[in-house]
Ligand binder design. Structure first.
Ligand SMILES: NC(=O)c1ccc[n+]([C@@H]2O[C@H](COP(=O)([O-])OP(=O)(O)OC[C@H]3O[C@@H](n4cnc5c(N)ncnc54)[C@H](OP(=O)(O)O)[C@@H]3O)[C@@H](O)[C@H]2O)c1
Length: 301
């Protein structure tokens, strides 16, 4: 009897890990959900034993320290979780001959480009979170030849802590909102990323990984600003609310945050398409889907 590949997924209480766990349930894969109580990326000495106990064929590391502003005052923790932690996981994968998929971020780039970032563009993170994720990428590349690093951007889901949820909350409370209009990126639904991860997993479990190891970008197609994203959210909420909050564009300078954000972080996803045949849906189509799910689950959102 052929046994299903064992896939350990970290960060299953988060947006991407949760979406992957949910989406993979119907597939012939054994998903081993590993939340922080099972595998703590900051507790480096315990990671090897925890992975030995679970004995996965592939690890998908969706866990991360994602509090971008808080990271500015907690750099040690951010680097422990996002930098050294993935490195320890990668060392275990190399030593046991296992493969690793590791999630990373558009925030490794400087935000000064005027065309979508490609995988081999130079990185230059502008904040502690981005620097900690860049260190994690480097640690994974160094330690484990059988890796796929998947950078993504502007992640949101029907649940969890994200810009989409914040806009739905504030939009119900206020007649108008001021939203930053000089940062461009690609809003990306967590369940879209989960589908991309499944395509990568299917490829990894059906043949040698050598030809596909490396770094890739996934984002839903198209680009906008936070202001454009907010307005699109409210356009879809309007039929449910019977009103539509006004969205007023402001500059980054008018909305200071502890961590500096890149002004432009659109990701070029062509390499992922060419290698895995993944064609991302438009961010607007994904938003339709997530909004529909949100209002179906909670009609008074
Ligand atoms: N969110 C974004 O906009 C964004 C953008 C680009 C890239 N990414 C990357 O995409 C990946 C997934 O992000 P996400 O949006 O799904 O994040 P998320 O919703 O914030 O979830 C983070 C997950 O990591 C877990 N975690 C935090 N510290 C941990 C630790 N020390 N040990 C083990 N688990 C820990 C959290 O567990 P608890 O529930 O216990 O805290 C949670 O399950 C990450 O690599 C992130 O850097 C995210």
């Amino acid at each position: 009897m052929v046994t299903a590949p064992r896939i350990l997924v970290t960060g299953t209480t988060g947006q991407v890990g949760g979406a992957l766990w949910h989406a993979a349930r119907s597939l012939p894969l054994t998903i081993l959900p590993a939340d922080r109580t099972v595998l703590d990326l900051a507790d480096h000495p315990t990671i090897g034993d925890r992975l030995d106990a679970a004995a996965p064929d592939i690890v998908v590391n969706c866990a991360a320290y994602t509090a971008v502003d808080q990271a500015e005052t907690e750099p040690e923790r951010a680097f422990a979780v996002n930098g050294r932690g993935p490195g320890v996981v990668a060392e275990w994968c190399r030593n046991r001959g296992r493969a690793l998929i590791h999630l990373s971020t558009d925030y490794v780039f400087d935000g000064l480009a005027n065309r979508p970032y490609r995988e081999d563009d130079p990185i230059d993170p502008q904040n502690v979170y981005g620097a900690s994720k860049a260190e994690g990428e480097a640690a994974v590349r160094r330690a484990c030849p059988h890796h796929v690093i998947l950078r993504t951007a502007w992640v949101y889901a029907a649940d969890g802590k994200n810009f989409f949820r914040t806009m739905l909350r504030l939009g119900q409370e206020r007649p108008s909102l001021d939203v930053v209009a000089d940062q461009r990126g690609g809003p990306t639904a967590a369940d879209s990323i989960a589908l991309a991860l499944i395509a990568i997993l299917q490829r990894m479990t059906s043949g040698p990984i050598e030809g596909i190891a490396g770094t890739y970008h996934y984002a839903d197609a198209g680009e906008t600003t936070w202001c454009g994203f907010a307005d699109a959210i409210f356009a879809r909420a309007e039929p449910h609310w019977g009103r539509r909050p006004a969205v007023r564009p402001i500059t980054t300078d008018q909305y200071p945050t502890p961590a500096k954000r890149p002004h432009y972080s659109v990701l070029d996803t062509a390499k992922l398409g060419a290698t895995f045949g993944i064609a991302p849906p438009s961010w607007q189509d994904s938003l339709d889907r997530v909004v529909a799910r949100c209002f179906a689950a909670s009609p008074r959102e």
